[in-house]
Structure formats: C-alpha cells, structure tokens
Design a protein around this ligand. Structure first.
Ligand SMILES: Cc1ncc(COP(=O)(O)O)c(C=O)c1O
Length: 444
C-alpha cells in the first residue's frame, strides 16, 4: 500500500520536506540532491536483507544477489578513482563517515596510541578525535591520544613546515587530514611525506571533496595516502554512507574493524544507492558539474570579498566558502536565522581563532553542491551573493546578548521579528521565484 494511504502523518511530512527542499536555496556544503535512481535503489528490497560479512563469506544465507550488488559497488568505486584492485581495497559497508573513521583508527592503532589531526575550528571534523581542555568530547579522544595541528594565524591556511615540526615532536602513529570547513585544497603529497617521515599512516578524509576529486577538479590523495575515507552523500551526490579505500595490506584489518568490531549487518539498500551514484559520477556530465560547483563557489567568494566581508583564506579551491563575520559586526546566529527566513539555508560555523562557541560561533559556512545540481550558474550566483550580503548588512547591528537569560529572551524575540522584517520578506519571495525556475532534478 502506498504511504499516502497507509500513513498519512508521515506522508504529509515527506511532502512538506520535499516542498521545502524545492523552495529554498540549500547551501549547506555537505548537502546535495540525489537522483530518483539513487532514491529508488535506497528504497528497494535490499532493505530487507541481512548480510553480515563480505561477499561470498557471509554469516547469513540467501546472499547470492547481495554479493553481486556489493561486488559491483566495490568495482565501480575502484574504477571511479582509477585504482588498481591489486593495490587497493575498498569497504563500502560503513554506515556513515564518523563510524568509518572510527573503524580506520581502530584498525590501525592500539588503544592509547597517538593521532595528529586537524583542529576543529580550523576546519577539521569531530570524528578525528575532537576534545576540549578537560572534556573528551568524542569516543576517539577517549580511546586514543589526540593532538591537533593548526592553520597559520596570518594566512589561515596550513603551514606544512609547522605540521612537519609538530609531527616530529608528537610522533603520531596516524596523521589525519580532512576539512569540513577548510576552503583550500590539502597538499596530500606533503601530508603523506610528513606522516611517513615519522613512521605514521596517512588517512586522507576527503568526505567533502569526493565528488570534486572524482570529477577531476580537486587533487587526488590516492597516489600518496595509505587510507582514503569519504562519505558518499556530499559532493559525490549519493545516499548517506561512506567508503574506505585502503592499501591492500591494510584492507583486511579495516574490513574486520567495520564488521564485526564496530557494526553489525551492512545496509545493502544504501550500498545499492552508492552503486548507482558511482555510476552517475563516472559520466562527463558529472565532471562538468564538479567544475561548475567550484566555479560557483569562487564567484560567491569573490562577491563577498568585494562587499568587504572577511572570506577565510581569501577564497576557495572547493565547493565551500567560510566567512568570518567578526569584522562586519554581525552575529553568525542572527545571520544564519535571517538567511533561513529568507529561504537561504547555510550553517553557522566556527572559524579559525574563534572566540565564540559551536552554538554561537563567529562565522557562516556555505556551499554550492546542491544549488549547482539544480543547474544554477554565474548569473544566479550574482543574485545569491547579492541577497546574502544584503541580509548580512541589514542585520549587522543586532547584537547577541552575552548574558544567558537575556539571550534566551532575545532568541524568542528574534524568531518573531526576523520573519516580519521587510528586507527578509522581499528576499524570501525573490528566492522562491528563482528556485521555481530550477526544479530539483529527478535524474542526471
Ligand atoms: C571531513 C568529514 N569527515 C567525516 C564526516 C562524518 O560524516 P557523517 O556525518 O556521515 O558521520 C564529515 C561530515 O560532515 C566530514 O565533513
């Protein structure tokens, strides 16, 4: 029975979310629109099957078709990144990026060994072992000894000589790179050189750039890294999941770390969706898409800088732009909500040397993967860049109170006042007029 008849409550929510995704400018850099084919695969009968183990070595009966599917997915993954199956293995079972990173770390390190990874406010990711002084926020930080490397204070990009120096002092067993809010390309050759010079493995987490690497617009880490982890749902435009590529001699330990160490049965319906997305990513149309994603982000970064905003690192090589709002006077919390009421959805985000918190940080992070999937190009970027700068300027004098109680009352007031603001209302209308011209695509 179709969901419209069997469960009206959930059906109504699906329709509402679908309308929201059509009407807004979805500019969170880690989000995208999957094709109908990907969604059909994820909603397929593979959802019903248990398949613990690897193809042809399962702990459950009835897996002849699942084995074919998972083998096809792995073959497509290796082919997309032009990897020799004698040199590289790939695991497509990790449920998402964070468990995939945990699986890699657990496979390569004994508890208590050292990790050197990118500092979160400098663009790193929680799953690389985030911790605060006196608070081990993540399981990785609780089990392993994590130290962070930082961006340079002046340029706000990495100084690889400094990372080399730090690696010599820390002597990690694992060096991790991977930017969730780092707008520049990472020098994988240099990072692998640093790792290997101190006897460490190099894990390149390219979750954000996966589609840009597949499309040939960002540098591939594969010639240098020991392990490459990527989520499948960001620029790669697949379902929510992850792939772990590893040098052949590490693959068996990583497979066993994913299952049985960390997970149970793999989500074969997701693996079906990943296989479809990998097929789509191999096309020339996808390479053109990846190029346009970066071009669009660079146009936006240029417009923001022209408007006097502080774009971290002075631009972008990728799909994302990070704006430090401190010099504009605007609060990132207010800007993010004002933009959302104007139908432009971005993240508020910490920035290098932030004096705010993760809930009230000093920056906004925005990206172009989803709007580029809809076919938006230079002309639309000019409109979008104009709207964003106009909103930042219109709310820049609204101060977020320091005091906790005052802040709670302020938030309630803002959630009434911002939607009623004339500039925000006008832009919201203009955004929906634009998005109506760029339907969310069903196929690629
Ligand atoms: C660099 C990086 N690694 C790992 C992850 C974690 O992925 P997930 O949210 O699928 O656990 C993310 C998610 O944003 C990420 O940006």
């Amino acid at each position: 029975m179709a969901i419209n008849t069997s469960d009206r409550q959930v059906a109504v929510l699906i329709t509402a979310e679908s309308k929201r995704q059509q009407e807004v400018l979805e500019m969170i850099p880690s989000e995208n629109y999957t094709s109908q084919a990907v969604r059909e695969a994820v909603g397929s009968v593979f959802i019903n099957k248990y398949a613990e183990g690897q193809a042809k070595k399962r702990y459950y009966q009835g897996n002849s078709v699942v084995d074919e599917l998972e083998s096809l997915c792995k073959k497509r993954a290796l082919e997309l990144f032009q990897l020799d199956p004698d040199q590289w293995g790939v695991n497509v079972q990790a449920l998402s990026g964070s468990p995939a990173n945990l699986a890699v770390i657990a496979a390569l390190l004994e508890p208590g060994e050292r990790i050197l990874s990118m500092y979160l406010p400098d663009g790193g990711h929680l799953s690389h072992g985030w911790q605060l002084p006196g608070k081990k926020v993540t399981l990785v930080a609780k089990i392993w000894d994590v130290t962070f490397y930082h961006v340079d204070k002046g340029t706000r990009v990495f100084d690889y000589d400094e990372i080399q120096k730090q690696a010599k002092e820390v002597k990690p067993k694992l060096l991790i790179s991977g930017g969730t809010a780092y707008p520049r390309e990472i020098d994988h050759k240099r990072m692998a050189g640093i790792a290997h010079s101190v006897g460490a493995y190099y894990l390149a987490d390219v979750s954000h750039e996966a589609g840009l690497i597949a499309g040939g617009v960002n540098t591939s880490p594969f010639p240098y890294a020991d392990v490459v982890m990527m989520t499948t749902h960001k620029t790669l435009r697949g379902p929510r999941g992850a792939m772990i590529f590893s040098k052949k001699e590490l693959s068996s330990a990583i497979d066993q770390s994913v299952f049985p160490s960390i997970q149970g049965g793999p989500h074969e319906h997701t693996i079906a969706g990943i296989a479809v997305a990998l097929g789509e990513a191999k096309t020339p149309a996808f390479s053109a898409y990846a190029k346009q994603v970066v071009k669009n982000a660079q146009i936006l970064a240029g417009l923001f800088m022209k408007a006097g905003l502080d774009v971290v690192s002075g631009g972008t090589d990728k799909h994302l732009v990070l704006i430090d709002l401190r010099s504009s006077g605007a609060s990132a919390w207010v800007v993010a909500w004002a933009l959302e009421y104007a139908n432009i959805v971005v993240n508020r985000n910490t920035v290098p040397f932030d004096n705010g918190t993760s809930v009230y940080p000093s920056g906004i992070r925005l990206g172009t993967p989803a709007i580029t999937t809809r076919g938006m190009k230079e002309k639309e970027m000019k409109l979008i860049g104009g709207w964003i700068t106009e909103i930042i300027s219109s709310v820049k004098d609204i101060r977020l109170p320091e005091n906790k109680e005052e802040r709670a009352a302020f938030i309630i007031r803002m959630k009434k006042e911002l939607p009623a603001d004339k500039t925000i209302q006008r832009i919201a209308k203009e955004v929906t007029e634009l998005t109506a011209k760029f339907p969310v695509p069903e196929r690629y």
